[in-house]
Design a protein around this ligand. Sequence first.
Ligand SMILES: [Mg+2]
Length: 248
Amino acid sequence: MPAAVAVPWAGWSPRARREAARIVDAACVRLWLTEVAARLAAERDFLTQLDAAIGDADHGVNMHRGFTAVMARVGAVEEATGGQLLKLAGRTFVSTVGGAAGPLYGTAFLQAGEALGDAERFGPKLLLDAMRASLEGVQRVGAAAPGDKTMVDALTPALSAYELELRTGGSLETAVSGAREAAAEGMRATIPLQARKGRASYLGPRSVGHQDPGATSTTLMFAALEQAVLADRSQRFAGGARRRVSGP
Ligand SMILES: [Mg+2]
């Protein structure tokens, strides 16, 4: 038998398989960013419609423009860790997107990248740290609390659901699924709220009855995260793994 076979998953012990399944790496981060970009392109007009109702009708266009620039720069970088890719995404976002979305999402990506550091691979706990750093960054920049009808209303429950799932023995897959569900629930819960932050707050009671565009784009990012993680897993475990992953 040859000494090095290309990722013989079938021969791995259950423990080794379990450990490998908990790993996120730069390829998975790239997959996530690619998925976010695709969804923003598909949902651009919907996000803009939401923003037209209670803002200045630019959220879809801004997010799409920002992520197009992000993908161009990320695509030009061959060797980078997940953290470096996220920091690049954050810097690109800040420099190409105006309004509130640029600094808020830019900070979220930058802080997530900082939290991941230079780790080549990371597990679900470091991903939790990255999410927490993003939320803290967003709240520092935007000074929004839960219930203010902002992206924080999707980000906060998503983070809580992700953390609860990990604490109760869930896997990375079930944790990102839980996060996506909680984000979507938080997003829908913004509809009856009156905005207390951002341009929508100028409308006062007239902001009630509309879904927040920022909470919507944040939910889109968690949906993309779930899809990226699940796709990454199925590629790894589909016999002919697309890349070599070293064992524990
Ligand atoms: Mg706007």
